[in-house]
Design a protein around this ligand. Sequence first.
Ligand code: HSE
Length: 429
Amino acid sequence: MRTRPLKVALLGCGVVGSEVARIMTTHADDLAARIGAPVELAGVAVRRPDKVREGIDPALVTTDATALVKRGDLDIVVEVIGGIEPARTLIATAFEHGASVVSANKALLAQDGAALHAAAGEHGKDLYYEAAVAGAIPLIRPLRESLAGDKVNRVLGIVNGTTNFILDKMDTTGAGYQEALDEATALGYAEADPTADVEGFDAAAKAAILAGIAFHTRVRLDDVYREGMTEVTAADFASAKEMGCTIKLLAICERAEDGASVTARVHPAMIPLSHPLASVRGAYNAVFVESDAAGQLMFYGPGAGGAPTASAVLGDLVAVGRNRVGGTTGPGESAYAALPVSSMGEVVTRYHISLDVADKPGVLAQVATVFAEHGVSIDTVRQQGKDGEASLVVVTHRASDAALGGTVEALRKLDTVRGVASIMRVEGE
Ligand code: HSE
């Protein structure tokens, strides 16, 4: 074992950073043995220097993150600040000054991953980010390394614990969205402002990262279609149950059937109860991967939280540490396939549409004609009438989102259609 320690700077010492520091201390001997060199915490950049941080030498704490990453003697910078700036500039500066980087920053990776990878490559350094997607669950390395010889066709994931907790509550208790959100907030699963989670922004960033790695293609946050789950109702869950399904907020990354393009999207969707993702309960995350040779794989575990996320950070720290000791770097960005990212209109899937209609002769025929005119084939129709009005539930065969959108627009114009109660995609069949 080499005796000169690897010097590590920690940018951010919140929920995740404090766990990283704790594990670095408590597992120091094991980490040294696994890496082949001791690891030394050389500095910790924080916003609030006066806060008491158990187990961290106050002499290491600084508010000047820029000066820390410019020291020039750092081996690894661990960035757990989150957000775009100052994280982006600090990471770039770390590379310029000779350090490799371990980051948990999904927003930055999804928005500026290409530039960060280019900077790492230019300076001959590593950029690892296992913790950026689904906390403790190993995903980046399995996709980037273990499946590097296979061809991934589809990644279907529950990558946001807050929304899975809310949807699971709605499913198991019959609660409405607001009631389930209130419980998630009271239990600390949802933040005071839950927008990033419930509107799907968090999951969209993760989808961009997963799609990029899975398809060896650059996929940016802007390429990801996004719909939140705030409009999902107890009635939607009742409809899902009638179909033998539940509802999940899914991140879906797909290669088109002809292999010539890819798509990435986040939206609520019905999935059959028989699908492994249907049994992912509470705030857990899971990602289902379909590939040519391996077939179907599922990765499951805690997708957030201090210690689970720190586990992923520490795994990267060991990997990058080993590379440093061996005088090498790990795999960088692989975007050679450069497949175009298609728009949502080209996505092909099944739909569950719930309509409020007049209950009189010819209505069903009228509705069916609209579907036919737009080339959308109907799989099943269920009608329940009451007092001259009826609820009509149509489940389609696979159709493009553009065709379905046109169908719904035309349905809304029919006098006999009082309203479109809900439109939900059906996935995982
Ligand atoms: N807020 C996220 C979640 C965790 O609820 O899963 C961080 O990405």
